[in-house]
Design a protein around this ligand. Structure first.
Ligand code: J2J
Length: 529
């Protein structure tokens, strides 16, 4: 948590206003109750209905034993229930732990165990996968299912007639646990408070020009920090705007939705922007995208040629967003010149976001020189949840978060992302911690040693390659064998390596570590050859 003098300053400057998520929805239901908050297919939920259903669900969850401070793993697709569940938990002061729909037994089991979750809320079948099977790894958590519950508790059965609820949480308390992209063996959890998160949401809504007439299309998973807060679905609710949910991100689903719902703003990762641009450019009859004002692109570096096509092909403005679930979010501004919008990843939200760019010895570098990005501020965490040892490495003694990103600063404080120092693969915006995948692969009998690295990819930006040293006397493991093995271990599909290369030994750096750089260039050389 923030030291007292910082907390006092953030309050004095009007960033932390003492609002909880429950306050936000209550205020919106009072001022804009009749307006539509969420559109999910044919279903429309008004602000008043959302508030009413969230309270009834809070009562049902309370009856089931969910209490203030308890953790609840939430894994839901882009559906209206998501909002009812999270606002019910916010009302109780129970902490949602935001899992992604792509997560499988390995991740869900870990989240439930590590957070000692009392409940696991998921869906029945989504994208061909039966999420109810994950109940097997939920441990002590009660499995609650939206849709057909099978043998488990049905979410529908929990909406009680309104009843007295105990006092809710305080604004300075942790509201939820968000997931870190991570670079270590096990995913880290990010504790965000009502005060700090809602500040970033309000400021983001302002920067992105949201008004009650805005229509925000949620394309990426709603629980991802970008979709949730930059300004995302919570920003839209803050602005009394309308959230439209896309069940899938493909052009065939999304383009008609934009036309019919008169969407004004949406957020995507670079490969999706690329896909939409190609789809629209190739259509003889252009879809009606006249309502779309702003396409936000973030999560991974946007290539210059793609950035240049957004305006001409989609007829809307581009905004680059460089953010992280740990806090700091940078935006290009709506009135910035094209030069800045197309070639930088924006500047921080807050005048009190402290940005340091340093060399390998933590010494500041000159503007224009690439260095490690460190940051501290009114909505950037000071430590991961229950991860004392890791926190000593991930934060400086004076509380700066080491983002692991390599950036350079341009005039006006605009940042350009130049690379990464952390052992992470950014596969089209989906983050993969190399060590997490390595630890799974090391349990395979034919694997003696392994290093997982990013390899460049024209579409996704990066893909994953596992370099493997085979165990003596064992047949060298192949890509299908290792992929099948990881799937069986219940690892999310996006973390499963795209390539495998078997080596006799690893190149070693001066300090005795496996040289990932040499592995990457060896792969680039063999691919060219
Ligand atoms: C290059 N790298 C980027 C960008 C994120 C808004 C937008 C994105 C996220 C997000 C988010 C990048 N160019 N434009 O939470 O609120 C890489 C960096 C960063 C990491 C964070 C938000 N935008 N990145 O992507 O927690 O490496 O958040 O440190 O998933 O993504 O990942 P994540």
């Amino acid at each position: 948590m923030w030291p007292d003098d910082y907390a006092a300053r953030y309050r004095e400057r009007g960033y932390w206003i003492g609002q909880t998520f429950d306050d936000l929805l209550r205020e919106r239901a009072a001022s804009d109750g009749h307006r539509v908050a969420v559109v999910d297919g044919n279903r429309e939920v008004t602000y008043a209905q959302l508030r009413d259903r969230a309270l009834r669900l809070a009562a049902g969850l309370h009856k089931l034993g969910v209490r203030r401070g308890d953790r609840v793993v939430v894994q839901l697709p882009n559906a209206a229930e998501y909002f009812e569940v999270i606002f019910a938990l916010f009302r109780l002061g129970a902490l949602p732990v935001f899992a992604l729909p792509a997560h499988r037994a390995a991740e869900i089991g870990y989240f439930c165990e590590h957070t000692e979750a009392v409940a696991f809320v998921t869906t029945d079948v989504h994208e061909g996968f039966d999420h109810r099977t994950l109940a097997a790894v939920a441990g002590k958590a009660t499995t609650i299912v939206a849709g057909d519950p099978g043998a488990f508790v049905g979410l529908d059965s929990l909406y009680c007639t309104s009843q007295e609820l105990p006092a809710g949480p305080q604004p300075h308390e942790v509201a939820f646990l968000q997931l870190s992209g991570g670079s270590t063996g096990l995913p880290k959890l990010i504790p965000r408070t009502h005060d700090d998160y809602l500040y970033s949401v309000r400021a983001s809504a302002d920067i992105c020009g949201l008004t009650p007439d805005s229509v925000y299309l949620a394309v990426l998973p709603v629980a991802h920090n970008f979709t949730m807060s930059s300004p995302g679905v919570i920003g839209a609710l803050h602005a009394a705007a309308r959230v439209v949910l896309a069940r899938r991100p493909d052009p065939a689903t999304v383009l008609p939705l934009i036309a019919v719902e008169r969407v004004t703003i949406t957020a995507v990762v670079p490969p999706l922007a690329h896909l939409w641009l190609d789809a629209v450019a190739g259509m003889p009859q252009k879809p009606d995208l006249s309502s779309l004002q702003l396409l936000q692109v973030g999560g991974a570096k946007l290539a210059d040629p793609v950035a240049a096509r957004v305006g001409p092909v989609l007829g809307c403005q581009l905004q680059q967003v460089f953010g992280m679930a740990e806090g700091l979010v940078n935006y290009t501004r709506l009135d910035d010149p094209d030069e800045i919008v197309q070639h930088t990843q924006g500047r921080p939200i807050s005048p009190d976001d402290e940005v340091l760019i340093v060399d390998d010895h933590d010494q500041p570098v000159d503007d224009g020189t690439v260095g490690h990005l460190l940051t501290r501020g009114p909505y950037t965490i000071r430590g991961y949840w229950r991860a004392e040892e890791h926190n000593r490495e991930a934060f400086t003694p004076d509380g700066f978060y080491r983002t692991g990103d390599l950036v350079r600063r341009e005039p006006g404080g605009y940042l350009v992302v130049e690379g990464r120092a952390k052992d992470q693969i950014n596969r089209g915006g989906e983050k993969i911690a190399a060590e997490e995948v390595e630890n799974h692969l090391l349990t395979h009998p034919a694997v003696h040693d392994v290093a997982v690295v990013a390899v460049p990819d024209p579409y996704l930006g990066e893909r994953t390659c596992a370099f493997v040293v085979a165990r003596a006397g064992e047949p060298a493991p192949t890509l299908p064998v290792l992929r099948g093995y990881l799937r069986e271990r219940g690892l999310a599909a996006y973390k499963i390596p795209d390539k495998v290369r078997v080596l006799d030994a690893f190149p070693i750096t001066g300090v005795g570590k496996v040289s990932r750089r040499e592995l990457r260039s060896a792969l680039a050389a063999t691919e060219k050859g």
